[in-house]
Design a protein. Structure first.
Length: 471
């Protein structure tokens, strides 16, 4: 912990972000004075405040706690790439010579103190990270996990060890969600690295898929020489692991080191026999919902075995996993109607979610509400979005959520609507109108999909379906 021993105060810009808030919680648990700024008040910022972290919502230097102003030499500032350089607080810290790091740099600094399992890939990072964290917890390893979502097992995006001595033990296991956005994962040097997919995404950062693949290859080269790289068999030929040990996984391809057999579905739960180099794990019950998690489970088994966790604890961690908020999260589940919310915001993720729901509820009519995320992603992947959303029966398409981007002329949700085939499409952005459509329509299974602020619809949709007497 020497890198932080001279730091007393942590100021976090964009503290409400799912990744950076885990860092705030980590330093708060260490006993540092933690405070920060965010543009919007949210459930997460309210919980951070309840944990003793001071948060302000005004871009005003006068709102920065005096402890940070008066003790610049003992204050560290952490920020996300989403914070604009025009932010007054950010500008103040820069102009006054504060010690400043991006979120990814700080995660790398923390992870270097421990034995890290890093989960990378354009899909599946959060679920896999949360499952592996639960496996570690079940194994009694007493480790850390920095997660990109709220694990329902710990009701947090940060898993902390019970024993404070683990903070200074280099053998302590740490699970890190290794994000490719802004090349953040290149700050990590893991003992075990997982690569799930390398699809085209974040094309505002990368010029094309080739550059994405090149950057993932840079990431795996940072794995420790005595470590292991776990690669999805679908992308094995794209990943150059050099002399570092490599193992492969898939849902059911027997040419892999890790794969599933005897896959069966009963009462919404998949059970498999998992073939591994150490033998077959019989009757692995998968707590995570959806067929896509059969493949994810094999990645988790591979990573856990490579980290030295025994078979029974691996099975226990997978079976007792309760899911992640906004990942195949059920809000209404009755014989009359089902409502599921999911964070899917890439064509492959959307297709996997819809396919999983189709298998869970065969013959049911699917109504999806999708909010595209980012103008660049909509522009670059419009055909893919149309193809995956066409798997629905009915589609309500919202306006693009811009996040960090400015509008691009000619890029809007109509681009997707014009390309969708095979389902009924309507463009609606008004929340009240969406709720009205859901309430008055003949709905059987409802899905909300997207990474923007579509989560604000969760409560009213749940209430609307409840008011129809189906919950």
């Amino acid at each position: 912990m020497n890198k932080f021993e001279n730091i007393d105060n942590i100021y976090v810009l964009g503290i409400g972000g799912i990744g950076i808030s885990a860092l705030a919680r980590y330093f708060n648990a260490m006993g540092k004075y933690v405070c920060g700024y965010d543009l919007h008040r949210s459930e997460l910022t309210e919980r951070l405040a309840g944990e003793g972290i001071a948060i302000t919502y005004a871009d005003d230097v006068d709102a920065v706690p005096s402890q940070c102003i008066d003790h610049r030499d003992r204050t560290m500032v952490i920020y996300t790439p989403a914070v604009p350089s025009s932010n007054q607080i950010f500008s103040y810290f820069v102009s006054n010579g504060y010690l400043m790091y991006k979120r990814a740099q700080v995660l790398g600094m923390i992870a270097d103190n421990y034995t890290t399992i890093a989960i990378s890939g354009t899909h599946g990072k959060t679920t896999n990270s949360c499952v592996i964290a639960n496996i570690i917890k079940c194994a009694g390893k007493d480790g850390f996990a920095f997660l990109g979502g709220i694990s329902r097992n710990i009701d947090s995006n940060l898993m902390l060890p019970v024993a404070k001595t683990q903070f200074s033990n280099p053998d302590t296991l740490l699970v890190a969600e290794a994000d490719e956005f802004d090349r953040s994962f290149l700050w990590l040097n893991p003992k075990v690295a997982v690569v799930t997919y390398v699809d085209a995404d974040h094309l505002d950062i990368y010029k094309d898929r080739g550059e994405i693949i090149d950057t993932f290859n840079q990431f795996v080269q940072k794995c420790r020489p005595d470590g292991t790289i776990v690669v999805n068999q679908k992308i094995e030929t794209l990943i150059n692991t050099g002399s570092t040990k490599r193992v492969t996984y898939s849902e059911s391809d027997a040419k892999c080191d890790y794969y599933a057999t005897n896959i069966r579905l009963a009462n919404g739960i998949y059970t498999i026999d998992a073939v591994t180099p150490a033998g077959v794990l019989k009757n692995v019950s998968i707590g995570a919902k959806g067929r896509v998690n059969v493949e994810n489970t094999m990645a988790c088994i591979a990573a856990a075995q490579c980290a030295g966790i025994d078979a029974e604890h691996i099975k226990q961690g997978i079976a007792t996993f309760k899911g992640v908020k906004r990942r195949m999260e059920f809000h209404v589940n009755t014989p009359g109607v089902v409502y599921i919310d999911d964070y899917a915001h890439h064509p492959r993720e959307i297709a996997a979610t819809i396919q999983s729901v189709r298998e869970l509820f065969p013959g049911k009519k699917l109504t999806g509400i999708f909010q595209p995320h980012l103008y660049t992603r909509t522009r670059d992947l419009a055909d893919g979005f149309a193809e995956s959303l066409g798997m629905l029966d009915n589609l309500i398409l919202m306006d693009i959520y811009p996040a960090r981007e400015q509008p691009i002329p000619g890029v809007d949700s109509q681009m997707i609507a014009d390309r969708v085939k095979g389902c009924n499409v309507c463009l609606v952005n008004d929340s009240a109108e969406i709720i009205k459509k859901i309430s008055s329509g003949d709905v059987e299974v409802v899905l909300t999909l997207g990474a923007g602020n579509i989560d604000r619809l969760i409560a009213p949709i749940t209430d609307a379906l409840s008011n129809k007497g189906v919950s």
